[in-house]
Structure formats: structure tokens, C-alpha cells
Design a protein. Structure first.
Length: 474
């Protein structure tokens, strides 16, 4: 009973419930064992012939030992071994973990993270269970294409492919497990739980992400979980990412940053910055911008290293995040000048275009040529060069209206952008690189728009002087 009292802690209750067990079951086993020992004690004093198996005291002693030994074996297993997810205990495991997360404190979340992520097979099985929906849609698409081909209709499917009732009935158990696993993956995206993962269990989280990349495990229901981990890692000043951007200490082994933003599979499949791009915190924080700079720098390095100049959706959320930060900076200038914030933001943007310039210098011509724009009115919005050019342009536009000259806090950023992207040449250069061209097109278009005026852009709003106005001498 003293051992059972230790099981009242939430993590032990979770481990019991994950296998469908409860504390009363263990208590009853102990009491039954004690009852068997009493029966074994009384049997020699009873007038029995001792011809049956249950008339011998040794039989009841063995039963009592099995009951008590089984109860204490369960107690020892729960105390020393984390819970494991299998096919037979999926529903009790998910129900117990969800109940724990609903009322857990920080220590309970740390213990749950150790149970859930220490054995990487738990998350792997969750993803494989949830992938049954994708398999059902693939089967539905094959059947639908065969039907369209048979009737001679165009082989096009709008929306999700229909799933036949026969498939739903034949795979109803798999789909029920997929529904449970998908729901639990969304529950794991709880901000408080993900905050603990990046603060208290950073390397465990990094090993889990590495496992996903190594085994190429992906399901859309797991995307919010990975995205929330990245969001909390950048938002929290106590996260491992905050320690990894320093000049000493964990900066020598940025495990969590590389696992989140330095793996092309995680970037392309899970898009880690998506949750942050739509939830940029209000107000200025130099440390937040520094963490965002570090993450975006690793993302751009990964894209260039992977030769991904025509990137997926992950790079556009980098652009969205910087546009929102520049927009906030624009609305606070010049009322509350935050020099440290401006310097940190400038350094981050400089690192981005420097990385891109280095990558373009080493890029072969047949890969570089499509990155140029051939029409000044139509930009290539789907390549890496234009994304970085947009970030640089937004950083210049946010200080243009209120720019006060060399005394402005943005002077260093403005002058360094032009000196580094358009450096002085002793002789006439051969031509622009794609970044120079894309940025020049946007700057010249805005300059032309300012020179023409807003109302002269459309003929119906064209301003015409009144005949009663006197001509002003030049």
C-alpha cells in the first residue's frame, strides 16, 4: 500500500491508464494475495482429504504470491519504464495523455515529454496511424481516375477524391485509429507543452525532429505540432534557440536550430515558420528579432545548400515575418526610436542578402539565368531571389517617408544596403546579378510611381487644373 501511494502522481496515473490499468486493480490484487495467504494458513486445520488441487496450502500460497508479485511488478514497471504506444492501447494511451495535458503543470509536461519522445517509436506510430487518411484518399483517387477514364471524361478531380463506402467499411478500424492519432497530434500542438519542449527538453525534441527527417515521416496532422515547436522556440527568451545564437556556450552545437531549420525535409514538409508568420508579437524586442534572424539565416543557408532557388512555401513565411516586423517599425518611427532593435533587424537582413550574393556567385549560368526578370511589370514572385529582394525593399520602404538623413537611426542600414548590393566598380561592370536587378526593378517602379503621383496612375482620376487658377510664374 505504501508503494501504491506513490502512484498518485499524475505521470504514474498516466502510465497506468495508458495500458488500461487503474490503482484499484492493483489494490484488489494485493488484497486477493493476502486473502490467499489466509486461506493457505487455515487449510491445514480443516478436516479435508487433500485430494483436490485447491485443498493444498501450497496452491493458495502460489496464487497469493502471483497476485502480490504481479501487483508489485506493475508498480516497478510503471515507476521505472515509460509508457509505450502500441496498436492495442492507442485509445487508452491518447485518452490518458490528453487528460494529463489538460491539467498538468510544468514538471508533469516534462515527464510526459520524456515518456512520449524518449522512445521515438511512439511518435512514429502516431504518424503511421494518422497516415491511413492519406492512403484512403490515394485509393479513392485511383478508383476515381479509373471511373473517369472508363466513361471518357477528363481525368480531373476537384477537391478531395471521394472514398467509396466499401473501402470505409473494410478499413473502418484503421480509419478509427487514424482519427484518434490525428486528434492527438493536434493536441500535442498545445503552446504550453511545446514551450516546455524547447526550454526543458530541447535535445530530446531535436532528436525527435531528426528521426522524422531521417525516416521521411510526414502527415499533415503533425504539421501544427512542429510549427508550434518552432514558434515557441523563437518567441521564448528561455528556449534553447536563444542560447544557441550567442557567441559562446551552446552556439557551438546549435542542435535544436539545425533540426528545425537546417533540414530540407522539415522545411519543405512541415514549414516550421508558418505558425509564427501569422502571430508576430506586438511591440519591439531585440532578442526576438535576433532569434528570428538566426532561424531565417539557417533557412536560407539550407535553401542555397540544397540548390532550392525555386523554393516551396517555407521561404514565403520568412518574407511575411520580415514584412510584419518592418511594418511595426514603420509605425513607431520617429516617435519611439529603438536603435538596438533597428541595428538587430539590419544585421539580420544584411546576413540574408550576403548569403544570397555568395550563393549566386557560385551558381552556374544555366541555373542563374531563369532568376532574372524579363519584364519590369511582371516580377518572378516564385523564386528565392525575389523573396530576398522583397525583404530588402520593405526594409528601405519602412524608413523612406520619415528618413532624416545621416542622423537617422536607419542611416547605417540604408547606406550599407546600397554599398553592398551595388558596390562601386573601378570599371564598367558586365551587368547586374539577379538580386541587383530584382531590387532595382522594385525601387525604380516605386520612384516612378512617386514622380507620377497617385491620381495620375489611373486616367479616370487624372487631375486637371481649373480655368480660374492663375498660372504660377516659374
Amino acid at each position: 500500500m505504501l508503494a501504491i501511494q506513490q502512484l498518485i502522481k499524475p505521470i504514474y496515473l498516466f502510465r497506468l491508464a495508458a495500458y488500461g490499468l487503474r490503482i484499484p486493480y492493483l489494490a484488489w490484487a494485493v488484497f486477493l494475495g493476502a486473502l490467499c495467504s489466509v486461506v493457505a494458513l487455515l487449510l491445514p486445520n480443516l478436516p479435508l482429504s487433500h485430494t483436490g488441487l485447491f485443498e493444498y496450502p501450497i496452491t493458495w500460497e502460489l496464487l497469493g504470491g502471483l497476485f502480490i508479485g504481479g501487483a508489485y511488478a506493475v508498480v516497478g514497471t510503471v515507476s521505472l519504464r515509460p509508457a509505450r504506444l502500441h496498436s492495442f492501447n492507442l485509445i487508452p494511451f491518447v485518452r490518458a495523455a490528453s487528460h494529463l495535458l489538460s491539467a498538468a503543470d510544468e514538471d508533469d509536461r516534462v515527464r510526459l515529454a520524456n515518456d512520449l519522445l524518449r522512445d521515438t517509436r511512439n511518435l512514429e506510430r502516431l504518424i503511421r496511424f494518422a497516415s491511413a487518411f492519406r492512403q484512403a484518399e490515394m485509393h479513392g483517387a485511383i478508383v476515381e481516375f479509373e471511373r473517369l477514364r472508363a466513361i471518357g471524361a477528363p481525368e480531373q478531380i476537384r477537391g478531395r477524391p471521394p472514398i467509396s463506402a466499401f473501402y470505409l467499411f473494410a478499413h473502418r478500424e484503421e480509419l478509427d485509429k487514424a482519427k484518434t492519432a490525428a486528434t492527438f497530434l493536434h493536441i500535442l500542438a498545445d503552446p504550453e507543452f511545446c514551450s516546455v519542449l524547447v526550454r526543458k527538453c530541447a535535445w530530446l525534441t531535436a532528436s525527435t525532429l531528426k528521426m522524422l527527417a531521417d525516416k521521411s515521416l510526414h502527415v499533415e496532422h503533425a504539421e501544427p505540432f512542429v510549427q508550434e515547436i518552432a514558434r515557441q522556440g523563437i518567441l521564448s527568451a528561455e528556449s534553447m534557440i536563444a542560447k544557441e545564437i550567442g557567441y559562446t556556450g551552446f552556439s557551438s552545437i546549435p542542435v535544436l536550430s539545425n533540426s528545425l531549420f537546417g533540414t530540407w525535409f522539415i522545411l519543405s514538409q512541415y514549414n516550421p515558420l508558418e505558425a509564427l508568420a501569422f502571430n508576430i508579437p506586438k511591440g519591439f524586442s531585440e532578442s526576438f528579432v535576433a532569434r528570428l534572424n538566426a532561424a531565417c539565416e539557417i533557412i536560407l543557408e539550407t535553401a542555397i545548400r540544397s540548390d532550392d532557388y525555386w523554393p516551396n512555401r517555407y521561404i514565403y513565411h520568412v518574407q511575411s515575418a520580415y514584412e510584419k516586423i518592418c511594418s511595426q517599425w514603420r509605425f513607431t518611427r520617429p516617435k519611439s526610436l529603438t536603435v538596438d532593435y533597428a541595428v538587430t533587424l539590419s544585421i539580420g537582413i544584411q546576413k540574408l542578402y550576403r548569403l544570397l550574393l555568395d550563393g549566386l556567385s557560385n551558381l552556374e549560368w544555366k541555373r542563374k539565368r531563369p532568376l532574372f526578370t524579363t519584364d519590369s511589370k511582371t516580377f518572378h514572385r516564385d523564386n528565392l531571389v525575389n523573396t530576398v529582394a522583397d525583404i530588402v525593399y520593405e526594409s528601405l520602404a519602412c524608413v523612406a517617408n520619415d528618413f532624416t538623413g545621416p542622423d537617422d537611426d536607419a542611416w547605417h542600414h540604408a547606406i550599407s544596403v546600397f554599398l553592398e548590393i551595388y558596390p562601386r566598380q573601378e570599371s564598367e561592370p558586365v551587368g547586374m546579378n539577379p538580386l541587383q536587378q530584382q531590387l532595382a526593378v522594385q525601387l525604380l517602379d516605386k520612384l516612378r510611381e512617386n514622380m507620377d503621383g497617385f491620381y495620375r496612375r489611373s486616367p479616370e482620376f487624372c487631375w486637371r487644373p481649373s480655368v480660374h487658377m492663375r498660372r504660377i510664374p516659374q
